[in-house]
Design a protein around this ligand. Structure first.
Ligand SMILES: *[C@@H]1O[C@H](CO)[C@@H](O)[C@H](O)[C@H]1NC(C)=O
Ligand SMILES: *[C@@H]1O[C@H](CO)[C@@H](O)[C@H](O)[C@H]1NC(C)=O
Ligand SMILES: *[C@@H]1O[C@H](CO)[C@@H](O)[C@H](O)[C@H]1NC(C)=O
Ligand SMILES: *[C@@H]1O[C@H](CO)[C@@H](O)[C@H](O)[C@H]1NC(C)=O
Ligand SMILES: *[C@@H]1O[C@H](CO)[C@@H](O)[C@H](O)[C@H]1NC(C)=O
Ligand SMILES: *[C@@H]1O[C@H](CO)[C@@H](O)[C@H](O)[C@H]1NC(C)=O
Ligand SMILES: *[C@@H]1O[C@H](CO)[C@@H](O)[C@H](O)[C@H]1NC(C)=O
Ligand SMILES: *[C@@H]1O[C@H](CO)[C@@H](O)[C@H](O)[C@H]1NC(C)=O
Ligand SMILES: *[C@@H]1O[C@H](CO)[C@@H](O)[C@H](O)[C@H]1NC(C)=O
Ligand SMILES: *[C@@H]1O[C@H](CO)[C@@H](O)[C@H](O)[C@H]1NC(C)=O
Length: 264
């Protein structure tokens, strides 16, 4: 606990605790994600529409399910065939809606939005990092991403741990250079290179504060790639998917699968 407090004080010091407009939850690939949207006002006659807008293909909004209690379907819920078999434990209460989305993958990263009687009322977002990179404490580390977008003018990298995110850098494709760095990373970033669709940079002397999820956005805020950065060694590395032990578990987003918030 003490450690968390210290960390928080550290982040405060640098003025990098953002008031979060979205507090994404981070899940490992293959986990069951709890999609939980709160602060709703639902009565038994309301029609609820749940939609998904992916961080990867922004323009495209997908219907996930429809809850229409005034229609006489089984359970009054219809699930989009795309999601058939992947949604379980739907629970609709007065002020919240939740369900389990099974076996999530990178493409499930995005906003899940509820509209009540066609009016947008609430949303939540999840991230599913695509891969995992290991570094060694106090050594330099190369972090790399696949940036597979045709007309790319810049790449923005953000780092997220539990409920905060930090600006890491911006890469200017034309100038072939990182043109900005966030506070936490100032003077620690080297060798920004985009080679084909592989974007990489080096963080000098990583420490535990650098562990977390790194997310690459294009200039239109489309998600290109996301990686979890962890330390080589004793506990976390050999057991991907298992909960990390020791201090890393306080800092690294919870990669536990389902069951952390039991439904029902
Ligand atoms: C996800 O949920 C399904 C069905 O409830 C279960 O069979 C599966 O083991 C769960 N997966 C994980 C990773 O917990
Ligand atoms: C997701 O929600 C956030 C916060 O409301 C918003 O800034 C972002 O543009 C949304 N992204 C998509 C793909 O809808
Ligand atoms: C579905 O709607 C009917 C009324 O149309 C209601 O009697 C029933 O309890 C509803 N079922 C569920 C699971 O909400
Ligand atoms: C971390 O250090 C160990 C021991 O020196 C080395 O074997 C390993 O390759 C290093 N890992 C990385 C990712 O640099
Ligand atoms: C890039 O995207 C295209 C279209 O989505 C896909 O066909 C191709 O395999 C991708 N390449 C890489 C390296 O991911
Ligand atoms: C940007 O380019 C300059 C020279 O062109 C180079 O010295 C510097 O290291 C580059 N910065 C990064 C972060 O790659
Ligand atoms: C991308 O570049 C990094 C650093 O040079 C390298 O370690 C990695 O294997 C490359 N990835 C791909 C898919 O080429
Ligand atoms: C693992 O932990 C032990 C004891 O804490 C330490 O001596 C050792 O260097 C660690 N190994 C790695 C690879 O971090
Ligand atoms: C990690 O936890 C284990 C057991 O919980 C403990 O023995 C070990 O010393 C811890 N390592 C660090 C670096 O705190
Ligand atoms: C991760 O989950 C555990 C158990 O659900 C919780 O105690 C811990 O605070 C969570 N850690 C973070 C960083 O959210």
């Amino acid at each position: 606990m003490e450690f968390v407090t210290t960390m928080f004080a550290f982040f405060m010091l640098f003025g990098i605790v953002h008031a979060k407009e979205r507090e994404p939850k981070i899940y490992a690939r293959g986990a069951n994600a709890t999609i939980h949207i709160e602060e709703l006002e639902i009565d038994e006659k309301n029609t609820l529409e749940i939609t998904f807008s992916g961080f990867i293909s922004k323009q495209h909004v997908t219907n996930v399910m429809l809850y229409a209690p005034m229609k006489n379907q089984r359970d009054n819920i219809s699930i989009n065939t795309i999601y058939k078999g992947r949604i379980e434990m739907i629970k609709i209460e007065k002020s919240s809606l939740r369900f389990l989305l099974l076996n999530v993958d990178f493409v499930d990263s995005g906003n899940y939005t509820v509209a009540i009687d066609s009016q947008r009322k609430g949303a939540t977002s999840i991230f599913v990092p695509r891969h995992r990179l290991l570094g060694n404490n106090t050594e330099s580390m190369v972090v790399h991403f696949t940036c597979n977008i045709t007309y790319l003018s810049s790449i923005k990298i953000e780092m997220m741990i539990s409920k905060q995110n930090f600006y890491v850098l911006k890469y200017d494709v034309k100038r072939r250079n990182c043109t900005e760095e966030g506070n936490l990373y100032r003077n620690r970033i080297e060798n920004c290179v985009l080679k084909g669709s592989n974007f990489s940079f080096t963080i000098r002397k990583i420490t535990f504060v650098d562990m977390g999820m790194y997310v690459a956005w294009d200039d239109k805020d489309i998600l290109m790639d996301s990686v979890i950065v962890e330390f080589e060694g004793n506990n976390t590395a050999s057991n991907p998917g298992k909960r990390n032990t020791n201090f890393s578990s306080l800092l690294i987003p919870n990669l536990s699968g389902s069951g952390e918030e039991p439904c029902k």
